[in-house]
Design a protein around this ligand. Structure first.
Ligand code: 5AD
Ligand code: SF4
Length: 441
């Protein structure tokens, strides 16, 4: 009988892409995907370690698995991803429900680890690699029109708050040929959108090609295929890359460009390697070269020593750039990082209040930007029924904004031209102008 596995994924898009790689590896070895948690012979959690609350959530899940294991003592439970890498044997020692701990560069060892676990042996593999890119693994994607394609792994930036360089190791890139052939296959299978992924895609290099070349090669595969990418680091965002985005219709005019803090003093402590002025200048060049570009960002509130003045500079930067959206976080100290030794001196209620101010301001800006789109036309790619109602469809604009339209004779993956009729800070609502028959993105 074939054994079945079920993977629950938390955290960033890299983790979702990694889960498909793991499913690809295990499927190749004869495992099938279980329909749900309860029917699986082995359960894995692909974990995130970026902030403490991400880890607390996983501990909560592990308690639930204890109940499942009482019912089925043969059940195998494994931890994958960044928490596995960060906590290693501590997870095995402290959480008796855990049988397998496997870090992000060791997924090829999973079939052996699972075999051992079914024999009753616990196992751990957490070696980081300088070369592993899983370039030859075909990720198992089960549904959808949109695919994550990881193009590089790891990060060499060592921002002082960030655990990623320790959990995902050094930067390394797949070959351009490997990525292009994977995307060609996806396009042939009917996928309509790919997102090229890496912790810092701008520093992609396979020795011969940089990220601008990779993006251009992927965009050339099929004009109907939308191409997105994330995450960009302001330091490595080259003019060549900006030109590549500007030059290709099907490379989405949307850039996720974390700035973290508006204060030069804090940026320096964070080792972000750019100043506020450098960042603003980059944004000016991007807006000039890519008209209508949408920008999003990441912000941390309450980094060690952050003053009210530093915080006001973050708010002012938000006002100045006017991002379409932002991911906003309270600083969370992480062991091993340089910031860990700086203490955590901003009281939690101050962090919370600053975060609220950042969120409120960004919500107002997103609302204003979306309101200004009312009356305009947008081309959307249909993703499926809306969450709210079966009588509505959800699609996404080039700028990655969600648009709700009335249901009509369309299929998932169709492009539709719509007129925006109303908007909130998070969602646009549209009416149908026409279905796009010219097969362009
Ligand atoms: N505390 C809070 N936020 C963090 N991030 C990374 N590390 C931390 C931390 N220790 C945020 C950054 C990064 C995003 C992925 O997570 O904003 O860009
Ligand atoms: Fe972490 Fe900085 Fe690397 Fe992003 S660029 S993964 S924040 S170290």
């Amino acid at each position: 009988m074939r054994r079945s596995i079920y993977i629950e994924t938390y955290g960033c898009q890299m983790n979702f892409a990694d889960t498909e790689i793991v499913n690809g590896i295990l499927n190749e070895q004869g495992y099938e995907l279980a329909a749900d948690l309860e029917s699986a012979d082995a359960i894995f959690v692909n974990t995130c370690a970026i902030r403490d609350n991400a880890e607390q959530r996983i501990y909560g899940r592990l308690s639930n698995f204890e109940h499942l294991k009482k019912r089925n003592p043969h059940l195998v439970v494994g931890i994958l991803g960044c928490m596995a890498e960060r906590l290693r044997e501590n997870l095995l020692e402290q959480k008796s429900v855990v049988d397998i701990v496997c870090g992000p560069d060791e997924y090829r060892k999973l079939p052996a680890l699972i075999d051992e676990a079914f024999q009753g042996e616990k196992g751990i593999r957490t070696q980081l690699s300088r070369v592993e890119t899983y370039d030859d693994i075909v990720p198992l994607r089960t549904e959808g029109i949109s695919a994550w394609v990881s193009v590089m792994r790891g990060c060499d930036k060592f921002c002082t708050f960030c655990v990623v360089p320790f959990t995902r190791g050094r930067e390394r890139s797949r070959t351009l040929e490997g990525v292009v052939s994977e995307v060609r296959d996806l396009a042939a299978r009917g996928f309509r959108e790919v997102t090229l992924l890496g912790q810092n895609v701008n520093s992609y290099s396979d020795g011969e090609h940089d990220f601008a070349s990779l993006l251009t090669a992927v965009a050339a595969i099929d004009p109907r295929l939308r191409v997105r990418f994330t995450t960009s680091h302001p330091q490595d965002m080259s003019d060549r890359l900006i030109e590549a985005i500007a030059a290709h219709e099907n490379i989405c005019s949307y850039i996720h460009l974390p700035f973290q803090s508006g204060s030069d003093r804090v940026l320096e402590l964070m080792n972000r390697t750019y100043t506020r002025e450098h960042y603003l200048d980059l944004v000016r060049r991007i807006k000039e070269r890519i008209p209508g570009v949408a920008l999003s960002t990441d912000i941390i509130a309450g980094f060690p020593t952050e003053t009210e003045e530093d915080h006001r500079e973050t708010l002012a930067l938000l006002e100045e750039v006017r991002f379409d959206g932002a991911y906003m976080f309270k600083y969370s100290p992480r062991e091993k990082t340089r910031a860990w030794k700086m203490g955590d001196d901003v009281p939690d209620e101050v962090k919370g209040r600053r975060l609220e101010e950042i969120i409120d301001l960004q919500r107002r800006i997103s609302y204003e930007i979306n309101q200004a789109m009312i009356g305009g036309n947008e081309r959307i790619l249909l993703e499926g029924p809306s969450k709210r109602s079966d009588a509505e469809w959800l699609g996404r604009t080039d700028a990655n904004k969600s648009v709700i339209i009335p249901k009509a004779e369309f299929a998932v993956g169709d492009y539709v031209d719509v007129r925006i009729v109303s908007a909130t800070s998070a969602t646009l609502f549209g009416t149908i102008v026409s279905q796009v028959v010219t097969e362009a993105a």
